[in-house]
Design a binder for this molecule. Structure first.
Ligand code: VG1
Ligand code: CO
Length: 588
């Protein structure tokens, strides 16, 4: 039942009537203004608002945030078309209905929603662009676990299909801090299980198939026939395993790998989206996608890949060959024009997030392309793409993508890698992932990269550690100082250290405090950041990078080569003292 509130004088419809079984009213249903009070902390992070489900379930919590989103929409919400989708996690069905009610209350004209609200993040971005919609609301906490005890999230994308930039998310936050009411129309639940067009109170609602629009886009971008040739006409046939980790890409995986590319059902796993991801942590990395890694190794699978809860991340893993995301984007950029028809006309520019390794910079230099270094978070790539200066970009956090949409795209990256293998096999049959990696290192050198995550540490400790580092950086003797590893004689001299700030080259907006970085004279780097996607406590991310042109090292395990740098990072930051952790939860 709707909380008591004042009715706006739109129609003569009264409450008792509204609770009758739904039939299409011949007149506009009443917009009801419901009083509410602010919740603290509704500040969107790196990618939307992420909190425990229980937090979102508090009365008015979700309504407040959705109202703030409509209020902050550039150009307002009146008369707009919005796309609604998500990874189908627990609490999505309830929130979808809330969005429909508040959309009606806020004058939205048309809502395009995925069947059962299922649309991957890249598919939402693609739909916004192909429908020329005004924005999108995504119900996802991405790779964070789902279920009643875990996380839920809401994210807003703008009309270019990409994550809202900081001026919009800041406005959403400002509205939540001061909210006094939200506008809704009391509509019964709409059955979202059937596709089609519906009238829902004052709204037009189109329920779309989750996959078809996105599949069509991929078929325009890639040469599926070339991939099929590689898969079916190579002897012996390369084997493939795609793992959706029970996240949203299951239906996409089936449509692409089984139906379009003709692979057997055994080449996909965990491909039914589940509200709690079947208890999995839907994050495609060596730790959480370990069943994929084990099967690839045991069954000698040439090409393995996984994606995250909402389908924007990917991991590429072949037999004995893990492709770091930093290498992945560099290699895709290097092969793009040759292997992917979408880029036939030329790649415009490249980019990476600041902590991502410089492997892509080297490709950009060799190819005479502009290369941008932006803060962590996909929202920073959008302006560059819209301005026609960026084609391919990536983040070390298993995010890779291009300007075909304005989100990173897990399945796109997987098909991009299949295209590279298919192309390489045309001239050199038997080329596998390892061969692609080694050839790349031989041409450009290798950037060793690793990230250590210390999850859910006490916020005070994490903040104190960052403050300690800032103080260290401020000392005039820090640049030029030498730091010795604990377990070897390796020593690193500080070339420079700063708190990364970024000025958007297109609109001039400035983002400060985007990560503490120490650059050493040999080109190595250490970076410290606090995560902006966690739902409780703080997560410290430590990134280390070392570049090598020594061929003898190209096949080495990254952890071995990076050990001295990690030791220096731990000493300099006093991380163990501040966070009380002697080991990271995840190493990627
Ligand atoms: C993390 C990653 C970042 C990524 C973001 C959203 O952010 O580091 O690169 O863009 O997640 O990805 P943070 O602030 O926790 O480091 V997703 O797939 O979670 O939407
Ligand atoms: Co994601």
């Amino acid at each position: 039942m709707l909380p008591s509130g004042q009715q706006q004088a739109c129609t003569a419809l009264s409450y008792p009537l509204l609770s009758r079984p739904f039939s299409l009213p011949a007149f506009k249903m009443s917009v009801v203004t419901v009083p509410t009070t602010p919740f603290s902390g509704q500040k969107p992070g790196t990618s939307g608002l992420r909190k425990k489900v229980k937090v979102f379930q508090q009365k008015n919590y979700t309504e407040n945030f959705i109202q703030a989103t409509f209020t902050a929409m550039p150009g307002g919400s009146e008369g707009t078309t919005i796309v609604v989708g998500g990874d189908g996690r627990f609490y999505s069905p309830e929130v979808s209905q809330t969005i429909l009610r508040l959309a009606a209350g806020n004058g939205v004209k048309h809502v395009v929603i995925g069947q059962d609200t299922i649309l991957s993040t890249p598919a939402v971005s693609a739909l916004v662009r192909s429908l020329k919609a005004d924005g999108a609301i995504l119900l996802t906490a991405s790779h964070n676990p789902g279920g009643p005890e875990n996380d839920f999230g809401i994210k807003f994308n703008i009309s270019n299909g990409g994550p809202a930039p900081e001026d919009v998310t800041n406005k959403i936050y400002a509205v939540t801090e001061d909210i006094k009411e939200y506008k809704t129309v009391e509509l019964p639940d709409l059955d979202l299980s059937k596709t089609g067009e519906f009238t829902h109170g004052p709204l037009k609602v189109t329920i779309v198939d989750s996959v078809s629009n996105y599949l069509q886009l991929l078929q325009e971008i890639f040469d599926f026939d070339m991939i099929k040739k590689w898969l079916h006409e190579t002897s012996p046939k390369p084997s493939v395993l795609f793992d959706a980790l029970n996240g949203v890409t299951g239906p996409y995986g089936r449509a692409i790998f089984v139906e379009a590319l003709g692979l057997p059902e055994s080449s996909i796993q965990n491909c039914t989206p589940l509200p709690d991801f079947g208890g999995l942590h839907p994050d495609p990395n060596l730790t959480y996608a370990h069943t994929l890694v084990e099967r690839v190794e045991k069954e000698n699978i040439e090409f393995g890949a996984a994606s995250d809860g909402d389908g924007d991340r990917n991991m590429i893993y072949g037999k004995g060959a893990f492709v770091t995301p930093s290498d992945s984007v560099a290699i895709i950029a290097d092969w793009a024009e040759e292997a992917i028809p979408y880029f036939k006309g030329g790649v415009k520019g490249l980019a990476r997030s600041m902590p991502t390794s410089g492997a892509i910079d080297i490709v950009a230099k060799a190819r005479g392309l502009e290369c941008f270094e932006v803060p962590t978070g996909w929202k920073f790539f959008g302006n560059l793409m819209d301005a026609g200066r960026l084609s391919i970009c990536g983040e070390e956090s298993f995010g890779t993508g291009s300007d075909h949409i304005r989100e990173k795209d897990g399945v796109w990256a997987v098909v991009a890698w299949m295209s590279i293998l298919a192309k390489a096999n045309q001239t050199k049959p038997g080329t596998d992932i390892n061969a692609i990696l080694l050839a790349h290192y031989k041409k450009y050198g290798r950037s060793f990269f690793s990230r250590y995550d210390y999850e859910e540490v006490a916020s005070e400790g994490a903040e104190a550690m960052m403050a300690h580092l800032r103080e260290t950086f401020a000392s005039s003797s820090f640049a030029g100082s030498a730091h010795k590893a604990t377990s070897s004689d390796a020593s690193f001299t500080v070339a420079a250290a700063d708190d990364f700030a970024y000025t958007d080259p297109i609109d001039g907006s400035v983002s400060t405090k985007q990560g503490l970085r120490i650059m050493f004279t040999d080109g190595s780097r250490i970076i410290f950041r606090l995560s902006g996607t966690g739902s409780s406590g703080a997560t410290v991310r430590l990134y280390v990078e070392k570049y090598s042109r020594n061929e003898a090292e190209y096949a080495d395990d990254a952890q071995v080569g990076l050990k001295p740098l990690i030791e220096v990072a731990l000493q300099l930051s006093k991380l163990q003292e501040y966070t009380k952790r002697d080991k990271p939860n995840v190493i990627t």
